[in-house]
Design a protein around this ligand. Structure first.
Ligand code: UFG
Length: 329
């Protein structure tokens, strides 16, 4: 089985590449290294440095190699940036994705796995959020993901392109073997920031808002281990290869933890002091986001194995302690 992974040098993509290489699959990565790292692509995978906006590169690649499935991890992900630079998000997350889909159709590749997000739902009208929840994204980032999902529905109807969209809640953690992890620049995600404060790489971590309608006043999120995300993707490949219809699945643990609980757990796991600065709310943060992921469990047979917050934080902590991580940092 041969898989094309676009964005395979980034955080989640690189874990996916390793997962598939370990499972004996052939993997080709296309990544422009704008936020990925050459050394995050494990040995055994082929890396082509280039952009999915480059139709010529894609046509050549699809003419040379026959892929059973394409996986897309090459989107920009910063909600705040998407508000001030929407053009960047629509160009990459939507337009470049269309270029990729066109190249696939041209080459007769008909299976696609897409990294979507809980941001397609916007402010939740009920919790836990299932796949049928109304889609009202409240920022350009979420809208780009929802647009692609809708494009994929149309492409299935018109061209028979089968897709699985996986709506991640809060992806976190790192490769349990310590080889890979999160290295966003700038880092905006809570768990790595908390651990940078624990390691001393950062003086403190900010808590954005203490007056939410939650038990301790801080926001609640559903943190899901990157290794569990990869397993869900691998099951999605099996599902599509077995002839499965296009489908959309939430990926989360179904259990929410507050920002304060994350910090308290990180103090326990690391045994370190973590300085906290309590600040006002960050724009656009819903109080609670918790997934109902029963559909992925039922249809894909997915079972998160590293669900405990302690495990997620412990794996991310092993990775943080390896800083500076590699030759390209
Ligand atoms: N937070 C802090 N301090 C920080 C960073 C974050 O208090 O320094 C808080 C946020 O306000 C939020 C929680 O920690 O309440 C988690 O924040 P993250 O930035 O780690 O993650 P988000 O929930 O904002 O975003 C995630 C994904 C997005 C996706 C979104 C879906 O990273 O890609 O979920 O709504 F769009």
């Amino acid at each position: 089985m041969k898989v094309l992974i676009v964005g395979g040098a980034g955080y989640i993509g690189s874990h996916m590449v390793k997962h598939l290489i370990r499972a004996g699959k052939e993997v080709t990565v296309v990544d422009d290294l704008s936020s990925g790292y050459r050394d995050a692509v494990v040995a055994g995978a082929e890396l082509i440095v280039g952009s999915i906006a480059n139709a010529g590169l894609l046509d050549t690649l699809f003419a040379q190699q026959r892929f059973d499935v394409v996986m897309h991890f090459a989107s920009f992900i910063q909600v705040g940036e998407s508000v001030v630079k929407p053009a960047k998000y629509y160009a990459n997350n939507v337009l470049a994705t269309l270029t990729l889909l066109d190249a696939m159709l041209e080459a007769g590749v008909s299976r696609f796995i897409f990294s979507s997000t809980a941001a397609v739902y916007g402010d939740p009208s009920y919790i836990p959020i299932d796949e049928a929840h109304p889609k009202n994204p409240i920022n350009p980032y979420g809208r780009t993901k929802w647009m692609v999902e809708q494009v994929l529905d149309d492409y299935d109807r018109a061209y028979g392109l089968k897709s699985v969209c996986l709506r991640y809640f809060n992806a976190a953690g790192a490769d349990p073997e310590g080889e890979l992890g999160e290295r966003h620049v700038p880092e905006t995600h809570l768990i790595p920031l908390v651990l940078q404060a624990a390691s001393g790489r950062r003086e403190q971590v900010s808590v954005f808002g203490t007056d939410y309608d939650t038990p301790d006043g801080t926001c609640i999120r559903d943190y899901i281990h990157v290794a569990d995300l990869c397993e869900a993707h691998a099951l999605a490949i099996d599902y599509l290869l077995a002839g499965g219809e296009s489908a959309r699945f939430n990926l989360g643990n179904g259990q929410g933890f507050s920002v304060q609980e994350v910090i308290d757990t990180a103090r326990k796991v690391t045994g370190r002091n973590i300085n906290v600065r309590y600040e006002s709310r960050r724009a656009g943060d819903p109080a609670r986001l918790v997934a109902d992921s029963r559909l992925a469990r039922q249809v894909l047979g997915w079972e998160p194995k590293r669900a405990a917050l302690e495990t997620i934080i412990a794996d991310a902590w092993s990775w943080e302690q390896k800083w500076p991580w590699g030759p390209t940092v």
